[in-house]
Design a protein around this ligand. Structure first.
Ligand code: PMP
Length: 433
């Protein structure tokens, strides 16, 4: 295989000791040790997270916020403690964190809530979110569909216009284009902290400053940053942000919607029903303040508790150490990929640009699905397809790519195993020299 310099950057995190915490990493696939490079799709779970969910279901399980019995009281306490833990992980207070079923649900919640405000629903303060025909919603060309389609739908329902900030050839957001596009008509700017295809950390402060200079609401998709970087959402200045537990070593079915207090207080609800009301008559209903206003129905209690265990685990490792470790893996990965003939990296931004540990690429002459299957036959799990970012792939002239993505439990040796196998792909398929 292509020579790649040894990973020399000292990092505080030794993935070899961490790996013992993740039972699935002992698995073999097709007779090979599993090399899991698909953490951007979903992360693996440490024993502490699995145990936390099992312990709650074995000892305290009950519905929260109702019932006068001991289990209900214990469950409610654990559930609200979990909220405080996860909120603290992103620099927020518990009142600023509503549970959702994941980032997709959080983004839909925001878009539909703004749609409701446009219909005149909510408190008088909700009117600030109402959209009129010709108002503009701005996204980037690098969105995951979860941060694109809800805005397309909102635009269609309200007569607003959806615009997008282009991505440059090197994968960075075109800030000049953003500056000329964001204007007094802009009401919402929604963008990813880190693209799930490019791995580049976007300039949040600059984009927030542009949006706030015209009074637009900012919505940050923090799905691919929350698992990999220290995150302080209030310090970033965004109005709203979403993230998903399952990408952060936590369980499926739960995520967070962070909101600045004044924004959450003014947003009308989206889903309605039990658990989010103060008073209901047959004719009308009064709603609880945030975050409960956004949490209709029986709550994901065991998931919240296991999610808190996940962020405690991440905190225990230290997010600075996680980021440094994954940056070292990312550099090794990209350097190795650049050296393999016929491989084209998507968004190969200059070295100074901050990134997380993922790389997407095209293999000339071999379909991404074939690359994925070949790697799988050697025990290596990567993601293939458009990664729910079809417009971004179209911008790079592709319909699909291969994505290798790391987490704190990956080692430099695994990156090398992956690079070795990838170097064999084109010869295996009889393509190229
Ligand atoms: N945004 C980004 C950048 C993502 O990577 C993902 C998940 N692939 C989502 C949003 C949606 O997250 P979920 O499927 O957990 O709702």
């Amino acid at each position: 295989m292509t020579a790649v310099p040894a990973a020399t950057a000292p990092t505080a995190l030794d993935p070899r000791t961490r790996r013992a915490d993740f039972p699935i990493l002992d698995r073999r696939v097709d007779g090979h040790p599993l090399v899991y490079l698909d953490s951007a799709a979903t992360s693996q779970k440490p024993r502490a997270v699995i145990d936390a969910e099992v312990a709650f279901l074995s000892n305290e399980n009950a519905a929260v916020h109702r019932g006068a019995h001991t289990l209900a009281a214990e469950a409610t306490e654990l559930y609200e403690e979990a909220r405080a833990t996860v909120a603290g992980f992103v620099g927020a207070t518990p009142e600023q964190l509503a549970w959702t079923s994941g980032a997709t649900a959080g983004l839909n919640l925001v878009a539909y809530s703004i749609g409701n405000a446009t219909l005149g629903r909510g408190a008088p303060a909700s009117a600030r979110f109402a959209l009129a025909a010709g108002d503009e919603i701005v996204v980037t060309e690098a969105e995951h569909h979860a941060n694109l389609v809800p805005w397309q739908e909102l635009a269609a329902r309200t007569g607003a216009v959806l615009r997008h900030i282009p991505v440059r050839d090197d994968g960075t957001i075109d800030l000049d284009a953003a500056a000329s596009m964001i204007c007094e008509r802009t009401r919402i700017l929604a963008f990813p902290h880190v693209s799930n295809v490019l791995g580049i950390v976007n300039p949040v402060a600059e984009l927030v400053a542009l949006a706030h200079s015209v009074g637009a609401l900012t919505v940050l998709d923090a799905c691919q940053s929350a698992p990999h970087l220290p995150l302080d959402l209030p310090a970033l200045g965004v109005d709203l942000a979403v993230f998903s537990s399952h990408k952060m070593l936590g369980p499926y079915g739960i995520g967070g919607l962070y909101g600045r207090s004044d924004v959450l207080e003014a947003l009308p609800p989206f889903l309605t029903g039990g658990s989010m009301i103060t008073r209901v008559t047959l004719d009308r209903t009064e709603y609880l303040p945030p975050p409960q206003r956004f949490e209709a129905g029986t709550q994901p209690v065991s998931q919240a508790i296991a999610f808190a265990a996940a962020v405690r685990y991440l905190d225990g490792v230290g997010m600075d150490a996680v980021h440094a470790h994954e940056r070292a893996l990312e550099q090794r990965l990209r350097e190795g990929l650049r050296a393999i003939h016929g491989v084209r990296l998507l968004g190969d931004a200059p070295a100074g640009v901050d990134r997380v540990g993922l790389a997407s690429f095209d293999v000339d002459g071999v379909h991404a699905h074939d690359v994925g299957q070949y790697l799988d036959s050697r025990g290596i799990a990567v993601r293939v397809g458009h990664h729910c970012a079809a417009p971004l792939h179209a911008r790079f002239g592709l319909t699909a790519s291969v994505r290798a993505s790391t987490a704190l439990y990956n080692t430099a040796d695994e990156v090398d195993v992956f690079l070795d196998a990838l170097a064999d792909v084109r010869p295996f398929f009889g393509v190229g020299a």
